[in-house]
Write a new protein. Structure first.
Length: 575
């Protein structure tokens, strides 16, 4: 049993809702919900989940929240459970619903902020499963700056089909195979029934697992907590421990902005690179940094990616899934390998109250596995994700090179003004080997919402053309995307970036070794085209997507929608 600390509520935010004669009406609400006088006198800890029935990523979160509440109560706090939304990419993918995905990250962060502010909670534990709910919760924790612990809901178990492990990535790519006659409708249906056998987020090193690794590397989650799959009862032990940990942070006065520093952000980027993680990390890490008032953009992330060895053999480029990593040592094994190689800042504080180096002191190398390579025998000597810049991307772009045989590509553009147009052309095979497929007006403002293009890239890959064409977009890619696919191109088409000026046949040159993305047009030609350019009208003249488009910033700064900590006058806990 943890030692229970008696807290002085006169120094905590919950005093505004629970202390003094003026708060008798407020306390009556808590009595109505079965709380005792003693419960009301304790610190109030928000326990937020993204539980819903939209997808398997989120379905186990409610159960785990109950275990968090046990841990909070055991350590002397009063837990108050609430929920936020998610938009699950696997369901939203390939249609207009995907425009809601990145927007949901901001709504998640905003809704958590408003709930905590409105009810004057003293601390926070957040449980998330699907892609944008992970960074959204971490952003809220840093924004509110109350003692906080993040807990990943866990990954899905791998499916088994015809003697091999499969994930939802295989199903997306099977759609492409079906389109070209390499798979029958019966085979496709059989695969879809076997690919996702349990609760949990997508199993490969896609965006959810990438950001789960980030949560440990950045210091906001307990070491080792990300690796246990969602269906395992052991997740409840991680949940209870997270509830106890947040009370310890409250006692010690350790807040998220003590944990999320430039050095810890660099640690997180190192782990993404070392694990061949999703390009979406280059969008979410700057957004988390923004909440702390730290300048840390796509170019900072890309520099670290370039300097970091790629050592974890995880899907989509590799052989293994998150369950396999968890069984051989989890994220701590990757981190200890990087630390001993001199690639991590070991003195960063974490939610344990100890430093990264102290947390990893007892972690030993596991010689009986090949999921994680030794630092002196990496898969490649530099990270699996590369930043690009050039005449086509003055504000940068990003490409995942893990698994690519060739890092250069040059070819004529085949230009589309939406994902739907590109997908129709791909399905009809109206593209050729050697071309660069360009999908534009899918950026943060232009989408609105910066859609992922997994449907298109998977169809191309399934048709056997994944290494024969390249794809360039101002939108995003899923962590499951394979092939020479460049995203986050900025400035985006909607604001008149060079990508808006491209025409079919323009020669595009990609050099991931040199970090270049160029169009072979003179500055004079680009300027002449710009004078005649007109923005594409949007379908969204009202509602949440319209509102997002009015405030969202560029992708290289994280596609954020407010001034962040630099614009803050008084932090929430100090009100």
């Amino acid at each position: 049993m943890p030692t229970i600390t008696i807290f002085d509520k006169s120094r905590l935010p919950s005093r505004h809702a629970t202390v003094g004669p003026d708060r008798a009406p407020h306390r009556s609400y808590y009595y109505a919900m079965g709380l005792s006088k003693e419960d009301i006198a304790k610190p109030f800890v928000g326990v937020v989940t993204a539980w819903n029935e939209a997808a398997p990523c989120n379905i186990a979160l409610h159960r785990q929240a109950q275990a968090v509440k046990v841990g909070v109560a055991r350590a002397g706090g009063t837990p108050r459970e609430f929920t936020t939304i998610t938009v699950t990419d696997g369901i939203a993918m390939g249609h207009q619903g995907m425009k809601a995905s990145l927007v949901s990250r901001e709504v998640i962060a905003d809704s958590i902020e408003l709930t905590v502010r409105g009810h004057a909670y003293d601390a926070l534990v957040g449980l998330a499963g699907c892609d944008k709910s992970l960074p959204g919760m971490m952003m809220a924790m840093v924004r509110l700056n109350v003692p906080s612990v993040f807990l990943y809901g866990g990954s899905i178990l791998p499916g088994r089909w015809r003697g091999r492990d499969v994930t939802v990535q295989d199903v997306f790519e099977a759609v492409g195979k079906y389109a070209v006659g390499e798979m029958s409708e019966e085979e496709l249906e059989d695969l879809e029934r076997h690919a996702c056998p349990s609760a949990g987020a997508c199993g490969g090193q896609f965006t959810a697992n990438t950001m789960a690794c980030v949560s440990e590397a950045i210091g906001l989650a307990l070491p080792g907590s990300a690796g246990t799959p969602a269906p395992y009862e052991a997740r409840d032990r991680w949940a209870e421990a997270s509830g106890e940990a947040v009370m310890r942070l409250l006692e010690l006065g350790i807040r998220p902005r003590d944990i999320v520093t430039r050095e810890s952000l660099e640690n997180a980027a190192r782990v993404v690179a070392a694990s061949g993680g999703s390009t979406n990390a280059a969008l979410h890490l700057p957004a988390i940094a923004h909440e702390a008032g730290i300048d840390f953009d796509l170019f900072d992330v890309a520099r670290i990616f370039r300097e970091t060895p790629y050592i974890a053999d995880l899907k989509p480029a590799g052989r293994y899934v998150m369950k396999d990593l968890g069984e051989v040592g989890g994220v701590p094994l990757i981190m200890k390998t990087l630390l001993e190689g001199g690639f991590l800042h070991g003195d960063c504080i974490t939610v344990t109250g100890r430093t990264v180096a102290e947390n990893l002191a007892e972690v030993a190398w596991n010689p009986h596995q090949d999921v994680v390579r030794p630092i002196d025998r990496p898969i490649t000597p530099w990270g699996g994700v590369v930043g690009l810049k050039g005449s086509l991307a003055p504000e940068g772009a990003i490409v995942k090179v893990a698994g690519l045989e060739h890092l250069k590509f040059r070819g004529p553009a085949r230009v589309f003004d939406s994902e739907e147009e590109a997908m129709a052309a791909v399905q009809a095979r109206r593209y050729r080997e050697g071309e660069v497929i360009v999908i534009r007006y899918e950026g943060p403002k232009g989408g609105p919402g910066m859609r992922e293009m997994l449907g298109v890239t998977s169809a191309i890959y399934g048709q056997g053309m994944g290494h024969k064409v390249a794809l360039v977009t101002d939108g995003r890619f899923s962590g499951a995307t394979r092939g020479f696919c460049i995203g986050h191109v900025g400035p985006e088409a909607a604001v008149g970036g060079p990508i808006a000026l491209l025409r079919d046949g323009d020669i595009i040159a990609i050099d991931a070794e040199a970090g270049r993305l160029d169009v072979e047009l003179s500055p004079q030609e680009l300027e002449e085209r710009r004078r005649h350019w007109k923005p594409k009208p949007t379908f969204y003249g009202s509602g949440a997507l319209w509102k997002y488009a009015q405030t969202v910033g560029p992708a290289y700064k994280g596609a954020v929608t407010h001034p962040g900590a630099k614009g803050e006058v008084v932090a929430y806990p100090d009100l």
